[in-house]
Design a protein around this ligand. Sequence first.
Ligand SMILES: Nc1nc2c(c(=O)[nH]1)N[C@H]1C(S)=C(S)[C@@H](COP(=O)(O)O)O[C@H]1N2
Ligand SMILES: [Mo]
Length: 420
Amino acid sequence: MPGIRAPVNYSEEPDRHPALKINAKQPFNAEPPRQALVSSYVTPTEFFYKRSHGPIPVVDDLQRYSVSFNGLIDKPKELFMKDIMSLPKYNVTATLQCAGNRRTAMSKSRTVRGVGWDVAALGNAIWGGAKLADVLELVGIPKLTSTTPSGGKHVEFVSVDRCKEENGGPYKASIPLSQATNPEADVLLAYEMNGETLNRDHGYPLRVVVPGVIGARSVKWLDSINIDSQVCQGFFMQKDYKMFPPSVNWDNIDWSTRRPQMDFPVQSAICSLEDVNVGKYGKFHLEKEWSAFDPNITEKNVPVLSLACLIAIKGYAVSGGGRGIERVDISSDGGKTWKEASRYQKPGVQYVTDDEKSDKWAWVLFEAEADVHSNTEIVAKAIDTAANVQPEKVEDVWNLRGILNTSWHRVQVQVRHSNM
Ligand SMILES: Nc1nc2c(c(=O)[nH]1)N[C@H]1C(S)=C(S)[C@@H](COP(=O)(O)O)O[C@H]1N2
Ligand SMILES: [Mo]
């Protein structure tokens, strides 16, 4: 018995924060209210989105839990928690983003298949654990290896949880061996999140964190690692999480024509405002009021801008592959004119792209304000260090699975005049 098991039903799910917006109950998929994301650079674990494909595994005996290494290596090995924890520990601040983030907005343009998400299917955490490059070295694969002598080129992660997409088999994904053995890629086998032991929802006792890559490759509840000559053939690598052009539909789809999505493109969203906001424009101009996150906010209780004319615009911007955010542009006239937002990671410290002190795998929060006197649309778009820019229209990136909606984020502000 390996000390960890996958429950057959949902009777052993962990407790979760009541403010999470549940997009699917079984398997559990939930995101925080968007305001929660901009109230801190590091997302508190309880507000970090949770994306699962089956019941959450249960650890019965941590002493007996181990990860086995198989496939194209000299000889199979088994590592226990104590072996992994005896390797140097690294803390990597990285934003994990589900490829389905902002899917609900994409489905409004044309129907897509998949769990609906607003703009909060991502979070920024400090992940603590061993570098996969060190772990692989321990089992006999040197650093910076792209092919093993026996032809291994990919590292496949197999989990404990069971999901229906795999016909009751485990969740799986792979990354290239060259990335896995490169210490600078910062791929972790993480046992901590935000300074605490990983919790069950996020992969306890051990998960993979692949910085800069769509969340789907950061396999939770790790069971085994296979070194393989080919990319993982599992459902989530081959029949899901691939980007198709808008002309492909469920009748003409050929999954084999596209590669599994890895890096995510440049993304940003406004989080201090809902999609539709009603502001009361009164007699006096109020001091600017950054909307603080209130855990009592529910969907039915959307914050109304109180006497808004000077509107605080706060949000996040992030790009994949370790590309930093070069600029965030904000428009308060629907995209006709733009001004640059200020960016930060540590509160109060201006973010400098590519600076040694900036976290390359993490998001950047941004702030701007707009003086609004009549109904308008506020828009955000980010530009990364490769000068990649978010596409203007969701229609241009529409795809049948509804992944990677990175179109300009637009929110409506309606101004009502009042005498209060
Ligand atoms: N074992 C396992 N790993 C998994 C998943 C899963 O369902 N099972 N979901 C993946 C997806 S699609 C995402 S976006 C992230 C979500 O991680 P989180 O729940 O810690 O936010 O985990 C990934 N790893
Ligand atoms: Mo995901």
